[in-house]
Design a protein around this ligand. Structure first.
Ligand SMILES: [Ca+2]
Ligand SMILES: [Ca+2]
Length: 128
């Protein structure tokens, strides 16, 4: 009985270790492309693996936005894919400016992601 319990505890500990907390912060855009409808109104949607973590507010009429939102995910795992979609808010259809995908690694990292339609998304994350 005791040994079964220790095996169970060991399994539980292993599961706990495999999961980590993700914190995404300091999201910034630079030189985001404008379109016919005027200067860019950028926002970012955040996914971690299968989980949707939400989106930032819209920063209207700026090609160099900064978003104060931070995103936390308590069930992240190493090598899981962090996906950031950058869009320009418009009346009818929000233009997709680019998608940034990256496999999570432990520690704190800062990245620049070049968007398909132009401009750069800067962001930092901590996995631990
Ligand atoms: Ca605008
Ligand atoms: Ca717009």
């Amino acid at each position: 009985m005791a040994s079964k319990l220790s095996v169970l505890l060991l399994v539980l500990c292993t599961l706990t270790l495999a999961q980590a907390q993700l914190r995404l912060f300091n999201l910034r855009g630079s030189k985001l492309p404008a379109n016919l409808f005027g200067t860019t109104d950028g926002y970012v949607t955040v996914f971690c693996g299968e989980a949707s973590l939400g989106k930032t507010s819209v920063r209207t009429n700026t090609v160099n936005p900064w978003w104060e939102e931070e995103f936390t995910h308590f069930q992240a795992q190493e090598n899981e894919v962090l996906k950031l979609e950058v869009r320009d808010d418009d009346l009818l259809f929000d233009d997709l400016l680019g998608v940034c995908e990256r496999q999570l690694q432990f520690g704190t990292h800062q990245h620049d992601c070049y968007l398909k339609k132009g401009g750069t998304l800067h962001y930092s994350y901590t996995l631990g």
